[in-house]
Design a binder for this molecule. Sequence first.
Ligand SMILES: [Zn+2]
Length: 374
Amino acid sequence: MAVKLSMPVLEQISAGLIQVSQRQGQLYPYPHNLQSGYDRVVLSFLLSEETEQVPSNLPEFYQHWCERPFGEWGVEVDAEVDLDNTLLFLGEPTELAIELAEAFGGSVLSQEQSRVASALLQRCRSHSQGVQLYTKFRRFIIEHPVLSDQEFLEAKGLFGLGVGLADLLEECYEPAPSCYQWQENFYACPYCHALTSVAYEQVIANPDCNRCPLGRRLKRKIKLPQAVLKLRRGIERFWFYPGRAEVRLYERFMELGLEVELYPSCDCYDLRVTFSDGEVWAIDLKDYSNPYLLVKRLGDEPIPCTPPWDLAYIVVPNERKRDRPAYLKELKTRWRWPNIKPMFDDAIFALAKKKVGFPFEETPQTKKGKEGRA
Ligand SMILES: [Zn+2]
């Protein structure tokens, strides 16, 4: 009899793994969710009488199993999960683990981000220039995954006097820990510009970098100053990574000469595009590695009806197609919002371009240039 692990078990384990990573990998005392998720794994093995393969204790499960793809666990997992995926990569929760933990009922990472988000909203709502300030702040985060001490001081000046957001900026960043140093220097990834990781005495792509294969060794890297600050993990995961696709799409719509608002009315959704005939599109970018977990997170009203729109889209960055060619098809099997369409970002751009009356096809040359700038 095959051992079956349900999604809720993986979700609970993931929630525990996030807690461990929040205390710099310190496993003991075991977080409740990790302990109980592990117990459920052991129980599944015992019930199936496949007792040779059972992980012998929690540290072994954490160090060896969680770093290995599900395909090597000797279990059956839900078809929604890719058998090549792991929950940890070099001790850090993977994108999948973060998404599973969110499905479990939120994680400490999303709490970190929502605390800053609600404080930012509250301050911007009571400020005369609030809507512009909100966008400026979010955009700054997206464009600055790392900052030197000097840049941080300047930024605090920019968001300080007369604006009152300097303390929130402080909550978004932390000094880069020394485990990110390689030969006494910090480096940034040339693709996403976030801090690189170090493993096996090499500089590798950040595990969250969705422009690079997981953990790829970086030949090209950007040397950073001695003292740098990096975004906190929750801010990085929920604002920085998806934000790059939001800003990229915003700029491409602007190039079409359209009227575009980024985070309209303090983030009711991501982009509001107005065409010359008065038609309005509402767009929300969602950057999830797993389409089923994305559907789970969308809720009853994925895009609020104000500020008003004629057509609404949930847009997924193109890069997701590379890892999961059936992404859109999988998304559509669970889609339950008839007035909102799921689409990739290149497709929505092509649609807008067609409506504006630009030639439909982009030349490979211009396309390459645009991606390089993202
Ligand atoms: Zn990167």
